[in-house]
Design a binder for this molecule. Structure first.
Ligand SMILES: Nc1ncnc2c1ncn2[C@@H]1O[C@H](COP(=O)(O)OP(=O)(O)O)[C@@H](O)[C@H]1O
Ligand SMILES: [Mg+2]
Length: 444
């Protein structure tokens, strides 16, 4: 940083005015500092990123930075950090006001644990893929996908930050490179085409995310080296050590996804992040969920779950329920984009409606999906899609003893007609679904 933090803080406070109180430093990057700021009018904390203009070579760059920040400020997605305001003050400071995301960043997570569980790693990657798919669809390439730019909120949702602003930042650092002989930024996440200075598109972000996923599983990124140059050289020419050699519990399907993300030639990668998101879920169905296990008491949750089961089904059935296996899919809002889009294509989710809960059991009913959206409840089978107005249906279960213990789930439509959604659900499936349907007021 060319300006000291105290000066930067003073300038920021002056620029933001009395409605805001600049608080602690949340972190520093290559070209900016991020402060926690109290927004008194809204009674909330925000994070404000301040660009150090002492580093910025030209007003042209500053302008461009503001323009790019404003463009990415238009992105609205559950896995993208929302930007509230982009501002400048008499050319002394440029700043971005955004949501303060309180959990650790993925970098901090990796510093603490070095490696993550396979399912957590896949969940993080899938959420980032959804964010990328949305931004790429609006013509914005991130260009700086790395663990520092993936933030976790209190409930383990991943929010990606710094969309698209890296380009302007990079230029600042390039000129700094020539003026001060110092390298800013990390080459570990750069795609071969970025490393060799070619044109980049969304597929470059997919490569960078592949590096992050590899690192979350292996504990180290695929390529390291003495100098930036040697790392960039490896990005362009060396094949990574197959992930399963470093981490035996990675399923082969997931290893295949990673290999394809890290293909040297963009044409050999997934061509869209949406395709990638679907591939991650296909390789590991648990990747469809948002919440992470990291840092939370898994044992405590197991005990709570068992107590709940005991109350629901009688103690003798607990073991049976635990043994019956998790449902294939059980996701609450925000439902992954890839799932939502499939439901839209199947016409189960009408235009303008929003998916709130999607459930698919495992076993005999594997192919049937239940969708609860804001306005409709839909049952999707390979042959037919039934869509009901949400407030016209109530779900209930009936015990069925044919071929072992199971439950039938019936939708009663306006109290007159009945539609069997699932014929044979396990106790585990019912246990999983009941509280969610109750919360959504679909079951009594
Ligand atoms: N919206 C935010 N909420 C909370 N902390 C943030 C936010 N944005 C950034 N940070 C923190 O500030 C640090 C510096 O951010 P940044 O200047 O973008 O550099 P980098 O991404 O290279 O770490 C981040 O690593 C992160 O820990
Ligand atoms: Mg950042």
């Amino acid at each position: 940083m060319s300006l000291d933090l105290a000066t930067l803080r003073r300038r920021l406070q002056k620029a933001l005015g009395k409605e805001f109180t600049v608080g602690d430093l949340l972190g520093e990057g290559g070209f900016a500092a991020v402060f926690r700021v109290r927004d008194k009018a809204q009674d909330r904390d925000v994070a404000v990123k301040v660009l150090d203009l002492g580093l910025t070579p030209s007003p042209g760059l500053a302008e461009r930075f503001v323009r790019e920040a404003r463009t990415s400020g238009q992105l609205e997605h559950p896995h993208i950090v929302p930007i509230y305001k982009v501002g400048g003050y008499k050319n002394e400071v440029l700043y971005i006001v955004m949501r303060c995301v309180d959990g650790p960043s993925v970098r901090q997570l990796l510093e603490r644990d070095q490696r993550l569980s396979v399912v957590d790693a896949a969940r993080i990657a899938r959420q980032v893929a959804d964010a990328l798919a949305y931004a790429h669809g609006r013509g914005i390439v991130h260009r700086d996908v790395k663990p520092d730019n993936m933030l976790l909120d209190g409930s383990g949702h991943v929010l990606v930050t710094d969309f698209g602003i890296a380009k302007a930042a990079q230029e600042a650092s390039v000129s700094q490179l020539t003026t001060e002989g110092m390298v800013v930024g990390t080459p570990h996440y750069m795609s071969p085409e970025q490393a060799t200075g070619e044109r980049v598109d969304g597929r470059s972000d997919i490569y960078a995310l592949g590096v992050v996923l590899y690192q979350m599983l292996a504990g180290t990124p695929p390529f390291e080296g003495e100098s930036a140059q040697s790392v960039l050289m490896k990005q362009a020419t060396v094949d990574p050590v197959p992930i399963r050699e470093l981490r035996g519990d990675v399923p082969a399907a997931l290893a295949g996804v990673i290999e394809r993300m890290l293909a040297k030639d963009p044409a050999d990668r997934y061509q869209t992040a949406e395709e990638l998101s679907r591939a991650l879920i296909a390789a590991l169905p648990g990747a469809a969920h948002d919440g992470l296990h990291t840092g939370r008491g898994i044992a405590a949750r197991m005990v709570r779950a068992l107590v709940g089961l005991a109350a629901l089904a009688g103690l003798g059935l607990v073991a049976l329920a635990v043994l019956s296996g998790a449902p294939r899919l059980s996701v609450s809002s925000p439902v992954p984009d890839s799932v939502t889009q499939t439901l839209r294509r199947q016409r189960a989710l009408p235009p303008g409606d929003v998916a709130l809960y999607v459930f698919a059991p495992r076993g005999a009913e594997d192919t049937t999906v239940l969708l609860v959206a804001r306005r409709v409840v839909s049952i999707v089978t390979p042959h037919r899609v039934r869509v009901y107005a949400r407030d016209s249906v109530r779900a209930r279960y009936r015990l069925s003893l044919r071929g072992g213990l199971a439950f039938r789930m019936i939708l009663s439509v306006q109290g007159v007609r009945e539609d069997t959604a699932f014929r044979s659900l396990s106790i585990r499936a019912v246990y999983e679904m009941t509280p969610r349907l109750r919360q959504l007021r679909v079951s009594p």
